[in-house]
Design a binder for this molecule. Structure first.
Ligand SMILES: [Zn+2]
Length: 181
């Protein structure tokens, strides 16, 4: 089922979401709906608060661009991107490399605004999966960026909070217009 995507101004997008405590049929159904909703909207990621659910749960799918990373390790072993997609995870914890990259971002909850965001280019993520596993995932490129963007959502942070000082003012104006309509 395709769900409504919460839009900028909705207070759920500013919440620190609750940890997922158990994986049951309802959660599995929510995940299926989130994946369907993300695909319908042609997104590469979606977080539970974006479908109005207060949980630290997100999906990332960057399989459209297999070249978007230069490495991927799961629990220290080399892994294939396509074997992980779509990646569904909950209660993530991230560690970052020192190097940063400035790239364009957008968000399904903030329509028609794109802006460059500086983020660490490498991430080491501890992720809980639906099958009960907890994995450590290390990667870079668009995959690392998408994991960071979605994890931000679970903490009430939007990409527009992270734009460079140079574009902050114009993004602020556009956001104001979004809310006022
Ligand atoms: Zn987003």
């Amino acid at each position: 089922m395709i769900l409504d995507i919460t839009q900028y101004g909705n207070p759920i997008l500013r919440k620190k979401c609750k940890a997922v405590e158990k994986v049951d049929d309802a959660l599995q159904e929510l995940v299926d709906n989130m994946i369907e909703t993300m695909r319908d909207a042609q997104g590469i990621g979606i977080a539970a608060p974006q479908v109005d659910v207060d949980l630290q749960l997100a999906v990332v799918d960057v399989s459209h661009d297999p070249e978007c990373i230069s490495y991927l390790r799961v629990d220290g072993e080399e892994a294939k991107l396509e074997d992980l997609m779509p990646l569904v995870f909950f209660n993530p914890e991230l560690e970052f490399g020192k190097k940063k990259e400035l790239e364009m971002e957008g968000c399904l909850s903030i329509q028609e605004i794109n802006a460059k965001v500086q983020r660490p280019s490498e991430v080491k993520a501890t992720l809980h999966l639906l099958d009960g596993r907890t994995i450590t995932l290390e990667t870079d490129g668009l995959f690392a960026r998408a994991i960071q963007h979605e994890t931000d959502h679970l903490n009430g942070i939007l990409f527009t909070d992270r734009v460079s000082p140079a574009s902050k003012l114009s993004v602020k104006r556009k956001l104001k217009r979004l809310v006022e309509g």
